[in-house]
Design a protein around this ligand. Structure first.
Ligand code: E4P
Length: 217
């Protein structure tokens, strides 16, 4: 499973990237707003840090506007992935842009049928939002399962990018189902390494080690 980090905070991206676990980044207009930075400037900085795809989202809602904005975003760096909303105009733009060889992440997916359309439009990634479905009392993970089955049925190459992840359990469940990618908030990525027994075991090992009086040198 590939790990993308879901943030536009450059310091957080650098920290996770330095661990060596990062395969890409996703941003959206809300995350850009949260960063307080200019979209072009911050996205360029992110693309320079991370080797993998960096999703930058258009804000136009009509086909022509999306294509125009994609042309601007595409110039930022080679690893830009254009993020388009799952609307009819977004799907049309997806078909055009992927036809030109660009990477496209179709976002705001909340149903299996939407994911089917995105695959038919040639999307590189489909982003089903788990947490926002859970918020409504609907099991977001069931959507990941349904999309996995549909994509496998037809051998679609579109990668399932599990998004709106809120917890370590979301990451585990998405991995069990076989999502290709998870885009994860920085705090959740770090939490994946935590276990109380790891901390307890390490404390015990260090205490015993101190009693030996030895040093590894
Ligand atoms: C995906 O690309 C989105 O940026 C993100 O996962 C949305 O997450 P949220 O529902 O926590 O805002």
């Amino acid at each position: 499973m590939k790990f993308f980090v879901d943030t536009a905070d450059v310091d957080e991206i650098r920290e996770i990237n330095d661990i060596g676990l990062l395969d890409g980044v996703t941003t959206n207009p809300s995350l850009i707003m949260k960063s307080g930075r200019d979209i072009m400037e911050v996205t360029k900085e992110i693309c320079d840090i991370v080797d993998g795809p960096v999703s930058a989202e258009v804000t136009a809602t009509d086909y022509d506007g999306m294509i125009k904005e994609a042309a601007v975003l595409e110039k930022i760096a080679k690893n830009i992935c254009i993020k388009l909303p799952l609307t009819l105009d977004g799907l049309k733009a997806c078909k055009t842009l992927t036809g030109r060889g660009m990477k496209v992440n179709v976002t705001l997916c909340f149903s299996a049928n939407q994911a089917l359309l995105a695959a038919k439009a040639g999307a590189t990634f489909i982003s089903p939002f788990i947490g926002r479905l859970d918020d409504l009392g609907v099991d977001g993970m069931e959507l990941i399962e349904e999309i996995r089955v549909i994509y496998d049925n037809y051998d679609f190459k579109t990668e399932i990018l599990a998004a709106s992840i809120r917890s370590a359990d979301h990451v585990k469940q998405a991995a069990i189902i076989g999502a290709d990618v998870a885009t994860i908030p920085p705090a959740v990525i770090k939490s994946l390494a935590k276990h109380a027994l790891t901390d307890k075991g390490l404390d015990a090992f260090l205490a015993d080690w101190a009693k030996t009086g030895q040093k590894i040198e």
